[in-house]
Design a protein around this ligand. Structure first.
Ligand code: NAX
Length: 332
């Protein structure tokens, strides 16, 4: 058989928040084939009724790129239609926090978005669906999706910590005077919030342990807070929240999930805990992960010091509080 007789089935990818700024940075790279290789793409753009008008313009531009892999495209506000047959779903659209809004109100508003999306994924998506929640509060939104996606393996419902991971790599590369490609073994534990724990304990340069090249005062006083608050720093300088870097991280996450991570490195992924490192089971938590045969595996066996444990515990507490608020609001 020659190569041109090989038939490649299209892959169906759903993206919520398709008219937003992350959507605008994500969709074109997806359609170019950055994540799923040479598989033709059926794109489903999911937006609010108001956003659907803008999404039409995005779809027009996608068409105008004449991407050879873009097989089919549709726009909808109906989650059942939007997730039908989805092999991958990027859940980007969410309700941003308004000035003075209480966290409980924000969680309630997002529950109304993510609970029906979870149900629709369970009902309509393909059996091999991979879900990545980007919309904030990402970890807890993913947990809401999982609670409503009955029958879907919770390990297939993840949330984005890769942007924090990439930010940590960039800061460390700069400090060490090394290109990013030489660095490995960085982890961001916990919640995608200012409480997150960017952890440089295991960092390596060209495979050699490099923590000794970083002084503690810099790690604790600059590195950790700067990565954790990088989103706010971008807003201050750019006037809008991170978009292209968030989209890039979302593509990295999905590409590595599908194609695997290098054997001698790991990436940071938020997924339901299996109890590893004493994190309560089920909590959507950022871990060091490898993708093996298309599935995320939490890296085992890392030694955790008391200082690391204290940072991890803060994240456990915060995520448990978010989950308690979700329950109190009757969202699960
Ligand atoms: P935008 O406000 O530009 O776009 C959001 C889009 O989502 C809008 O077009 C809106 O109409 C749509 N939307 C709202 N509810 C929807 C629903 N029920 N179904 C479908 N679409 C819906 O925000 P953008 O800058 O694109 O950010 C999107 C989300 O990503 C926000 O929640 C933001 O906080 C979050 N982020 C998460 C990051 C992460 O690392 N996890 C980093 C970047 C970003 O801050």
């Amino acid at each position: 058989m020659t190569d041109n007789l090989h038939v490649t089935e299209p892959i169906t990818v759903s993206v919520t928040g398709a008219a937003g700024q992350i959507g605008y940075s994500l969709l074109f790279r997806l359609a170019q084939g950055e994540v799923f290789g040479d598989r033709p793409l059926n794109l489903k753009l999911i937006e609010t009724e108001q956003g659907a008008e803008i999404a039409k313009g995005v779809a027009m531009e996608l068409a105008d790129c004449a991407f050879p892999l873009l097989n089919d495209m549709m726009i909808t506000s109906d989650p059942n239609e939007g997730f039908a047959g989805a092999n991958a779903a990027f859940l980007v659209g969410s309700k941003p926090r308004s000035k003075g809004e209480e966290r409980a109100d924000l969680l309630a508003a997002n529950g109304k978005i993510f609970a029906p999306q979870g149900k629709a994924i369970a009902k309509e998506a393909a059996d091999d669906v991979r879900v990545l929640v980007v919309g904030n509060p990402a970890n807890t939104n993913a947990a809401i999706v999982a609670a409503h996606a009955e029958g879907v393996d919770p390990k297939r419902i993840t949330s984005l910590t890769r942007l924090d991971h990439n930010r940590a790599l960039a800061q460390l590369a700069d400090k060490l005077g090394e290109p990013v490609k030489n660095l490995s073994h960085v982890t961001v534990w916990g919640n995608h919030s200012a409480t997150q724990f960017p952890d440089a304990t295991e960092v390596r340069v060209n495979g050699e342990p490099a923590r000794g090249r970083l002084d503690d005062a810099w790690v604790e006083g600059e590195f950790i807070p700067r990565v954790a608050k990088r989103g706010a720093e971008i807003i201050e300088v750019r006037g809008r929240s991170s978009a292209a870097s968030a989209a890039s991280a979302a593509l990295d996450h999905m590409r590595d999930w599908v194609h695997g991570t290098p054997e001698d490195d790991w990436v940071s992924v938020a997924l339901p805990s299996d109890g590893s490192y004493g994190i309560p089971e089920g909590l959507q938590f950022g871990f060091p992960c490898r993708s093996v045969n298309g599935e995320w595996e939490i890296v085992q066996g890392l030694e955790i010091s008391d200082d690391q444990r204290a940072m991890i515990d803060k994240n456990v507490k915060e995520l448990q509080e978010e989950w308690a608020a979700v329950k109190e609001a009757g969202l699960v």
